[in-house]
Design a protein around this ligand. Structure first.
Ligand code: ZN
Ligand code: ZN
Length: 272
């Protein structure tokens, strides 16, 4: 088994098809030996019919109220934003907000993505709805992923191995290395059999060969899943993946990785 001290892709009740509160996740993280937890709700039109109303994003807008240390776990504030077009734009980039949560008028309007991202430490970019990728070439899909990864707030692409969008592995993995950003290996991708498991394995194997780091996360939608990446680790052990390329092996290595990528730099005092 590997040393993995951080779980940096997890969901709470806010994400609607997830079932635990933030405190339940933090407690579960502490019990599983996790030292740093990243809570990353869906930022997506899948959550609300009225997805253009700022009222629906209060949970994210108020993340500043969370403690940085809770039950001995460092808590980071993130989201998992949908990639919404072939240019790699993320959800909210084109949504104007004309009223505050209490109904005051914003004139000029504010941008939804700016309002939310300014409250976050980092963003995961994921493909969920795939409509925009229909009929697109592998080269175009690759470009979409690279552009999303180049977004200065994005630290990694979520579950790239199971999104079902074919892309050139090496191009994305090499670009990630240049950007000092990891490739995610996602435990949820090992919950059911399928071709995506072959892709995940290939992704990890090429990361090892190219020297790109990976981030091994649960994508927990329930507190009992937090910190448990046994299936992903079994695959990594099979291919002899090197421990030193796991960016979330320690709390320090993950924080250092975030800084090196330019996404966010913490001084230790701010995490107390
Ligand atoms: Zn989800
Ligand atoms: Zn997720």
């Amino acid at each position: 088994m590997y040393q993995i001290e951080c779980d940096t892709h997890t969901h709470t009740l806010y994400s609607r098809h997830a079932y635990s509160t933030i405190e339940e996740n933090v407690r579960a993280a502490a019990e599983a030996g996790i030292k740093l937890l990243g809570s990353t709700e869906h930022f997506s039109d899948m959550l609300f019919d009225d997805y253009k109303s700022l009222k629906n994003y209060q949970y994210l807008l108020c993340l500043g109220n969370w403690p940085r240390q809770w039950h001995g776990v460092t808590l980071l504030r993130g989201c998992e934003a949908d990639i919404v077009d072939m240019e790699g734009h993320l959800f909210g980039h084109d949504i104007d907000i004309t009223r505050s949560t209490i109904g005051d008028v914003y004139d000029p309007p504010k941008n939804l993505q700016d309002l939310v991202f300014s409250k976050l430490d980092y963003v995961i970019a994921s493909v969920h709805a795939k409509r925009h990728t229909e009929g697109q070439s592998v080269a175009k899909n690759t470009e979409m992923y690279i552009k999303a990864l180049e977004n200065p707030k994005v630290f990694f692409i979520g579950h790239i191995g199971r999104a079902g969008v074919p892309f050139e592995l090496d191009e994305v993995i090499k670009r990630a290395k240049e950007l000092n950003k990891p490739i995610e290996i996602n435990e949820h991708s090992f919950f059911w059999e399928g071709y995506h498991q072959v892709v995940c394995r290939d992704v990890a194997a090429r990361c090892a060969e190219i020297g790109t780091s990976i981030c091994v996360n649960t994508d927990a939608h329930m507190s009992c899943e937090v910190g448990h990446t046994e299936k992903a680790q079994a695959m990594l052990e099979e291919i002899g993946f090197p421990q030193e390329l796991i960016i979330n092996r320690t709390r320090e290595s993950f924080i250092e990785g975030l800084a090196k990528s330019g996404v966010v730099t913490f001084d230790e005092a701010s995490l107390k």
